[in-house]
Design a protein around this ligand. Structure first.
Ligand code: MLT
Ligand code: MN
Length: 301
């Protein structure tokens, strides 16, 4: 089974379309490659693939990933796809907007927390995913699904917040509202966790991470206030439901004793200095046994 990082960047991508600051500038200047918004595909060429989140860059991600191309020799004809299912972990724009690329009357399943699927149901633009072909399946956090042979997937709740675009209508600014989840992937080789949004590492999550082999973890910001400091926005990482990497309650310190085969940051914002392998922040994460994800990275899991 392989896990393909389709996109390693947080919302906005790297570079962000309207930003010449932070880490975006080195990409506009051709010094480092662009990175698309966070998503992974898990599966194999025989059984197909499951996407974890559908980023606004999904069309580009499919184009640049041969494993996700349709086949000209498929038993069902020329309209086909190896994408069997999409699991959405929360309703943020960068996790669901890519679903709109998957219209065209193609059968596949969408899984996600009930609250997240309800948000899709309330927004009529998602009706382009014709229910005659696309089945939406609310997932209980205690439930394990097996969307393709040899792959077990479990959703678990993570501390997070409501999508930014719903904060006003929900009358809330943040808090754990059951919108956010992580994914545990089990194969015959072991366990992989994908957690793109996390506001707190509690004991339960720590214990789950301790038992895993591979971890892709929320790497949105290195320091809580880096966006306002760099003139990239007014919000801190915590305000957006993301633990800063370098915080005393952040992943480097809280997960220091977790002896996994690999620990990588994922969903990395364009403000985050860890994109730069010459930065002190990158050296800090490397010394702590972490690395970063990048588009196209493949892990055997
Ligand atoms: C986040 O990860 O906090 C969100 O994707 C931000 C957003 O929706 O722009
Ligand atoms: Mn995001």
């Amino acid at each position: 089974m392989e896990l393909i990082v389709l996109g390693a960047a947080a919302g906005g991508g790297l570079p962000q379309w309207n930003c010449a600051g932070g880490q975006s500038s080195a990409v506009w200047n051709g010094k480092r490659p662009a990175q698309t918004q966070a998503s992974v595909a898990v599966g194999n060429q025989h059984d197909g693939y499951v996407l974890i989140n559908a980023s606004p860059d999904l069309r580009q991600q499919i184009l640049q990933t041969p494993q996700l191309h349709p086949s000209s020799q498929h038993a069902n004809g020329v309209r086909n796809t190896p994408i069997k299912a999409v699991i959405v972990t929360n309703a943020d724009v960068d996790n669901v907007a890519g679903l709109l690329n998957l219209r065209e009357k193609q059968a596949f399943d969408i899984y996600g927390p009930t609250k997240v699927l309800n948000i899709l149901a309330e927004n009529s633009i998602f009706a382009v995913l014709d229910p005659e072909f696309v089945t939406q399946r609310p997932l209980d956090t205690t439930e394990t699904i097996c969307p393709i042979d040899g792959l077990e997937i479990e959703l678990f709740t993570v501390a997070g917040k409501a999508p930014l675009y719903l904060e006003e209508s929900l009358g809330t600014e943040s808090g754990d509202l059951g919108f956010t989840s992580g994914i545990e992937i089990r194969t015959e080789l072991g366990k992989t966790l994908v957690i793109s949004s996390c506001a707190q590492i509690d004991q339960k999550l720590l214990e789950r991470i301790q038992k895993a082999d591979h971890l892709l973890f929320d790497g949105t910001v290195f320091e809580d206030d880096e966006m306002p400091r760099l003139g990239l926005g007014v919000k801190t990482g915590r305000r957006m439901g993301h633990l800063p990497i370098s915080g005393t309650d952040g992943p480097i310190i809280r997960l220091a004793k977790c002896d996994l085969k690999t620990k990588r940051f994922f969903h990395i914002n364009n403000s985050n200095p860890i994109w730069d392998d010459q930065s002190a922040a990158y050296k800090t994460i490397q010394n702590a046994g972490w690395d970063i994800c990048h588009d196209g990275l493949v892990l055997e899991i």
